[in-house]
Design a protein around this ligand. Structure first.
Ligand SMILES: NC(=O)c1ccc[n+]([C@@H]2O[C@H](COP(=O)([O-])OP(=O)(O)OC[C@H]3O[C@@H](n4cnc5c(N)ncnc54)[C@H](OP(=O)(O)O)[C@@H]3O)[C@@H](O)[C@H]2O)c1
Length: 300
């Protein structure tokens, strides 16, 4: 049984924590408001931006996963979540004399600057020059420079339970199909993200970097039309890609920054990982089926 800390234990961290608990591990979830964690994860109230709150970490940790998210799409929030928070946590681990065998850092494919449909993999230089890409790369470098074996995972757009932005946009008629060159999107189902992190914790000799996306970078208009067919509604109208509206959410803005490139998952595949949802079709089909069961059983 390993002792595992998930720092920034939100949606993804909780899914991972539950899998790790089911595999027999002892799991702590660190966040500012830990009351919403399930009973399988020990709650640890702390603020990664405030080092004074990090002096009571569980002892003798075997692994640490960093999965905190920025509160909004500003440089201040990104620096707090992906740079200062990482630095404070590493300092607390050092101060506590901890010797974890593995650190994992949850990063994003938005570190890549490509946006014309190019293929990218772990050997492609990550040169996105916006603050989000820069902060994520700094966070990755901090864990790689730490005294412990460290792995960063660059996930594409995460979808899954409660993350139904595309489905909702088709239902409410706000979706449009972008015209012009295909806009490639790279996705991964939330449950596969948790499984990737679990796999990388168990892998005997991992590399320091993995891209975490499913098998199929897909043009946005193809995904929208496929979803419209599943929902039995007309395809969304075609329109030029509109600029982001002021006040766009963190996720909308980050999604725009992640397009349009095609991310290769060969390194993850070669390491032995098998997707439960190898493309958006399997993943969204499961989400839509779960919605329909909920509706038919009278819940909203
Ligand atoms: N959404 C995507 O499509 C996508 C794509 C690629 C990568 N990612 C990355 O995936 C990671 C996990 O995402 P997620 O969806 O699980 O996010 P999430 O549900 O928002 O979880 C993040 C957690 O971090 C905690 N947190 C934030 N600031 C903190 C602080 N200062 N101290 C302690 N805890 C803090 C929050 O809990 P409290 O508020 O209680 O502190 C929250 O529960 C993030 O790093 C994100 O950038 C996301």
């Amino acid at each position: 049984m390993a002792r595992i800390l998930i720092a920034g234990c939100g949606d993804l961290g909780t899914a991972l924590g539950q899998n790790l608990h089911a595999a027999g591990h002892d799991v702590w979830g660190l966040k500012r408001q830990p009351a919403d964690l399930p009973p399988t994860i020990h709650p640890l109230a702390a603020d990664l931006t405030d080092p004074a709150t990090l002096d009571r970490l569980p002892t003798a940790l075997d692994s640490v996963i960093y999965s905190a998210a920025a509160a909004n799409f500003t440089e201040v929030a990104y620096r707090a979540a992906y740079v200062s928070g990482v630095s404070h946590l590493l300092q607390a681990l050092r101060a506590g004399g901890q010797q974890p065998q593995r650190l994992l850092f949850v990063s994003s494919t938005s570190v890549y600057a490509q946006h014309q449909g190019e293929w990218v993999d772990e050997n492609t230089p990550a040169t996105a020059d916006g603050f989000s890409g820069r902060c994520l790369r700094e966070g990755e470098q901090l864990i790689w420079d730490s005294p412990w074996p460290a792995v960063a995972v660059r996930f594409g757009g995460i979808y899954g339970p409660g993350r139904t932005r595309l489905i909702d946009s088709i239902r409410n008629g706000s979706a449009t199909r972008p015209t012009g060159a295909p806009i490639y999107t790279n996705r991964i189902h939330r449950d596969d993200c948790a499984r990737v992190l679990h796999h990388l914790l168990d892998l005997p000799d991992p590399q320091s970097l993995y891209i975490g996306v499913d098998d199929e970078p897909a043009p946005l208009d193809e995904v929208l039309c496929w979803l419209a067919t599943q929902l039995g509604v007309p395809n969304p109208p075609a329109a030029p890609l509109a600029p982001l509206k002021p006040g766009a959410t963190r996720n909308e803005t980050a999604a725009r920054l992640r397009a349009s490139k095609r991310c290769r998952n060969a390194r993850l595949r070669t390491s032995g990982f098998q997707f439960r949802y190898p493309s958006y079709r399997e993943g969204y089909q499961t989400l839509l089926a779960a919605e329909s069961i909920t509706r038919n059983s009278g819940h909203d």
